[in-house]
Design a protein around this ligand. Structure first.
Ligand code: SF4
Ligand code: FES
Length: 240
């Protein structure tokens, strides 16, 4: 090694060495190395939000969010354990019953991060009683459908619209179980915003809320992203 060569920094994830560069979070380092840690509200194009808690990993015996916790040399991180995956399964089950997720009739099926994560974690049913909340569908926009039944409040559309599109089309309103996605127009209708199909917010939704119209079945069921390859083998999200 030359005098100027930098040492390779690494930490341990599930007993295997994982190199990282200073400033990277545990999730960023894992994703770059092709190591899967479940997550829903994190996306590589945005600063971590830390709200879904699905990426929780164990560090020195306590749970931390892998999307917000910076990596540092010598950490011993546990992620793929029965205990942590059981907690993730419970979180997923709660997300499913809080909304209305009828996967067989959803055009995002096979492209949906929530559905793919549930398969990955081995969730076989909702376990809890369904809430069946009354949520609207907004078909007012000529090019984009909004089906709020499926919203998991990850705020990716809020961040995409604000940070990349410069528009602020979406916001989260309410508290606790009453939290919901808001459309920023006087009428509350998407048609009365300046949102367009070219916006990043139009394609960022990891579930089937924000859907470009007339494209739903361009890729047949059975040939979609997560139909072809399990989630854990995928590259970082592309928002599809
Ligand atoms: Fe997340 Fe989609 Fe809900 Fe926006 S509409 S908060 S992207 S789930
Ligand atoms: Fe880390 Fe959601 S992905 S909290």
């Amino acid at each position: 090694m030359s005098d100027t060569a930098k040492p390779v920094l690494s930490f341990s994830l599930d007993g295997k060495d994982l190199p990282f560069t200073p400033g990277e979070t545990i999730l960023q380092a894992a994703t770059r190395a092709g190591r899967y840690i479940p997550h829903l509200c994190w996306h590589p194009d945005f600063v971590a939000h830390g709200s879904c808690r699905l990426c929780s990993v164990k560090l020195n015996g306590r749970l931390v969010s892998a999307c917000t916790q910076l990596a540092s040399a010598g950490l011993e991180v546990e992620s793929d354990t029965d205990e942590i995956n059981a907690q993730r399964k419970t979180l997923l089950q709660m997300l499913f019953v809080e909304g209305n997720h009828f996967c067989p009739s959803c055009e995002k099926s096979g492209h949906c991060l929530l559905q793919a994560t549930a398969y990955q974690i081995g969730m076989e049913g909702p376990h809890f009683e369904e809430f069946y909340p009354d949520r609207p569908v907004d078909a007012s926009h000529p090019d984009i459908l909004l089906d709020l039944n499926r919203c998991i409040l990850c705020e990716l559309c809020v961040r995409a619209s604000r940070e990349l599109d410069g528009k602020n089309v979406f916001a989260i309103g309410g508290h606790g179980i009453a939290s919901h996605l808001l459309v920023n127009s006087v009428s509350g209708r998407l048609a009365d915003t300046d949102m367009s199909l070219q916006d990043r917010a139009a394609t960022i939704c990891p579930v089937g809320v924000i859907l470009p119209k007339r494209r739903g079945f361009a890729v047949p069921i059975g040939q979609r992203r997560f139909d072809l390859q399990p989630l854990a083998q995928h590259a970082p999200e592309d928002g599809s």
